[in-house]
Design a binder for this molecule. Structure first.
Ligand SMILES: [Zn+2]
Length: 269
């Protein structure tokens, strides 16, 4: 059975930490590198609910996309959100590791998984990096032309079911062939999407950025953050499982960490 350190090395090979953004936090958050790993739980967010799930399924390593601490902290007292996660994990012998923007830039990465979930073909990075076939966002083609309305329903049906669903900006009859995607907050790729794609699927789009975007040229689909990144979680689990074989078992979290739980449309005029 591999050690925590050996699994970290494997993850660093597929998701090199040096490809993470400067502002990011990636790597081993807590845990003993020399401890043995038998079961790995993959999740999007290192919430206390995910740690409790790891305890229930007897996982000794939790791998998440989002970091626990994005900015420096003075302490990890148990009566803080992050501190409670650290205490629960350590007291149950659970190591915690995350791959964030290094997974966004990798291939297969977060946006590859999103593109695959939407059935895109002939995909390439929207913003290529120095390393061949890595970089931010993906642009791909639909196998068959759809209207924006048809494609939007396809997106809603293909992604994780959320209370918020998806939001669409553009003419519902617009013909869609080329699709740009970016898992997570993708507003930084709006100008590239405008020049390459018929529609851009991402999340966390702000009012002014969407308003200033040429939506007749490139429509927008704003999906919940978790929905655009979730397709990567089982892909990462399968990747690690295929590398480690039967020495470990990998599990995908069943905890839904989308903070939004309701959606209402006004009934008044
Ligand atoms: Zn994210």
């Amino acid at each position: 059975m591999p050690s925590v350190f050996e699994v970290c090395v494997l993850l660093d090979r597929h998701f090199p930490p040096e490809t993470a953004e400067d502002w990011d936090s990636v790597g081993l958050i807590c845990g003993d590198p020399s401890a043995t790993v038998k079961r790995i739980l993959f999740a999007l967010d290192p919430t206390i609910e995910v740690i409790h799930e790891a305890i229930d399924v007897q996982a000794d390593l939790v791998i998440t996309h989002h970091p626990l601490f994005l900015t420096g902290v003075h302490g990890v007292a148990r009566n803080t959100l992050g501190g409670r996660v650290v205490h629960e994990a350590i007291s149950h012998g659970i190591a915690l590791f995350n791959v964030h923007t290094n997974a966004d830039h990798a291939n297969p990465g977060v946006s590859d998984a999103l593109a695959a979930a939407l059935g895109l073909v002939e995909c390439a990075p929207m913003q290529p990096a120095d390393t061949p076939f890595t970089g931010a966002g993906r642009i791909g083609r639909l196998p068959k032309t759809q209207t924006l309305a048809q494609f939007a329903q396809h997106v809603a049906d293909s992604l994780l079911k959320t209370a918020g669903g998806i939001r669409v900006a553009g003419d519902p009859n617009k013909k869609i062939d080329m699709v740009a995607v970016c898992g997570g907050s993708g507003d930084f790729l709006l100008p590239i999407a405008a020049s390459l794609a018929d529609v851009y699927v991402t999340s966390d789009l702000k009012h002014h950025r969407a308003l200033d975007h040429p939506r007749d040229q490139c429509a927008l689909i704003d999906a919940p953050h978790v929905a655009t990144e979730w397709p990567w979680v089982p892909v990462a689990a399968a990747l690690v499982q295929s590398e480690l074989g039967t020495a470990v078992s990998t599990l995908v979290s069943t905890v839904r960490t989308d903070p939004w739980t309701g959606h209402h449309v006004s009934t008044s005029e």
